[in-house]
Design a binder for this molecule. Structure first.
Ligand code: NAD
Length: 486
């Protein structure tokens, strides 16, 4: 298997990265990593055990004091070197992401740039962890607040952005002075291991970042959350698994950050520039092939333009070139695996059976690998399962609405609250609707909100805490309060 001109599987790290060394799993177990564009095995990776998890936490514990005391400027320089190395290796990393995740190369290249940027941003933030000092209202003493690293972190990441979801946690945790164990998704462990090799080369001390692929993720993560030395869990993944981990974290009252699922509404008002709205819809829906927590999941379009919007979106979707991600012509690669295709197919079939009109697509693609046609559905009944479920695939359901308050009510009728999108020619309306939408982020006349400099995160069952921006580092710091008589 070749993941690109410059990298073959022989070059890839596939063991556990513990205490600055590459080691096999304690029981020598391994698991396969598969290319979703062909279904073929790329290579195998060491399968971390509960014993390995203890070894990882031991290493993070030994490294903790040294890294916390490393001058912020020095931590910043290590982060900056990591950014530069990642940028130098961008093409190799993009090809590796595509090989194990399936996404089109353009998406993978975009992900590497986004992922590397977290190291640059947090190299700049590492020296800005300031505290406060104030006089107590009584005048009797001073209130001094100094930020301290939260402690050993367990980081758990999904397969859909194998690089960015890891760096969005590692960057701020390193900047804050924490040590950590990363458990990447079992579908995509190779990218995380490649990033570990870069961190090692950039001079991150042994034990500071440990990477532990493990197929028995429940047992391995649970063991770490029940080790009293672990003080932080940062999880990105489904709300279903997030709920389980919140309960596990409760046993030792571990500090948690949760980046969970979404069900993003995309509102289009009749006063909008329709071409611009369709452009933004393509990005909001199809970035990462629809496999993004931020993916527009439901399109609510004002009645006078609903049919036209669906038709234009349908032509754009139908024109996409679908094929293996490593083929430069491909704009849409395969979904991550067959169960993902089954889920998308069932949602589409159910919507059509309930009365939705198929504008384009609607079926799996008959070729090796896990492909589904880019699909647009119009006149989707408001109670169709597809509007209440995270689709995670290239399918856009369109629903017409008549009034602004109706659109807001429909958009908010979900347990999720990650991101929403609003398209209108009236900025006052955009801001008014944006404030009324129950989500942590709102894109106004934009199809992308993700930015390493901005606080990314959800409300309701989409999560707790923020990643990115200055807030992202605060998630890894505890404010220590010193009452001082001076
Ligand atoms: P997932 O919840 O199945 O898995 C996420 C991670 O948790 C993986 O590393 C997995 O191995 C691990 N895991 C699974 N079960 C576990 C358990 N019982 N105990 C401990 N760890 C366990 O999610 P996924 O399918 O990898 O990713 C897709 C989901 O992630 C979608 O719901 C998507 O919306 C969400 N996501 C959210 C964000 C965000 O920032 N809010 C970003 C990307 C993805």
């Amino acid at each position: 298997m070749t993941t690109g001109a410059a990298m073959t599987t022989r070059d890839l790290p596939t063991d556990l990265y513990l205490d600055g060394r590459w080691v096999p799993a304690s029981d020598t177990g391994r698991f396969d990593v598969t290319d979703p564009s062909t279904g073929e095995i790329i290579t195998s990776v060491a399968d971390g055990t509960v014993d390995d998890a203890r070894t990882a936490v031991d290493a993070a514990d030994r490294a903790a004091a040294g890294w916390a005391q490393t001058p912020p400027r020095q931590r910043a320089e290590v982060l900056r070197r990591t950014f530069e190395l990642m940028t130098d290796r961008a093409e190799q990393l993009a090809r590796l992401i595509t090989a194990e995740n399936g996404k089109a190369l353009a998406d993978a290249r975009g992900e590497v740039a986004y992922a590397a940027e977290f190291f640059r941003w947090y190299s700049e933030e590492a020296v800005r962890a300031s505290g406060t000092v104030q006089t107590a209202p009584s005048g009797a003493n001073r209130i001094l607040v100094v930020p301290q690293p939260v402690g050993i972190c367990v980081l758990v990441t999904p397969w859909n952005f194998p690089a960015a979801m890891a760096t969005r946690k590692i960057g701020p945790a390193l900047a804050a002075g924490c040590t950590m164990v990363l458990k990447p998704a079992s579908d995509t462990p190779l990218t995380a291991l490649a990033i570990a090799a870069i961190l090692d080369e950039a001079g991150v001390p042994p034990g500071t970042v440990n990477v532990l692929p493990a197929r028995r993720s429940g047992a391995v993560v649970s063991a770490m959350l029940h080790d009293p030395r672990v003080r932080k869990l940062s999880f990105t993944g489904s709300t279903e698994v997030g709920r389980v981990l919140l309960k596990e974290a409760a046993d030792h009252v571990v500090n948690t950050s949760m980046e969970l699922g979404g069900n993003a509404p995309f509102l289009v008002f009749a006063d909008t520039d329709l071409d611009a709205a369709v452009d933004a819809a393509m990005v909001a829906k199809m970035r990462n092939g629809g496999e993004a927590c931020t993916a527009a999941n439901r399109f609510y379009v004002e009645s006078p333009i609903a049919a036209e919007f669906a038709a234009r979106l349908g032509s754009r979707m139908a024109a996409l070139h679908v094929g293996p991600g490593l083929d430069e012509r491909s704009q849409l690669g395969p979904l991550i695996n067959e169960p993902a295709v089954d889920k998308v197919a069932t949602l589409v079939d159910d919507a059509v059976a309930a009365g939705a009109q198929l504008v384009t697509g609607g079926a799996r693609i008959d070729r090796p690998g896990s492909y589904f046609q880019p699909t647009v559905l119009a006149d989707v009944p408001p109670d169709a399962a597809i509007l209440g479920t995270e689709i995670f695939g290239p399918v856009a359901p369109v629903v017409a609405f008549d009034a602004e308050d109706e659109a807001i009510r429909l958009a908010n009728a979900t347990e999720y609250g990650l991101v929403s999108y609003v398209h209108t020619g009236d900025l006052a309306r955009g801001l008014r609707v944006g404030e009324a939408l129950e989500s942590g982020m709102v894109g106004i006349n934009r199809g992308v909100v993700s930015d390493p400099a901005a606080p990314f995160g959800g409300v309701k069952e989409s999560g707790i805490g923020r990643e990115g921006g200055h807030d992202g580092m605060l998630d890894y710091l505890e404010p220590k309060y010193l009452a001082v008589d001076w």
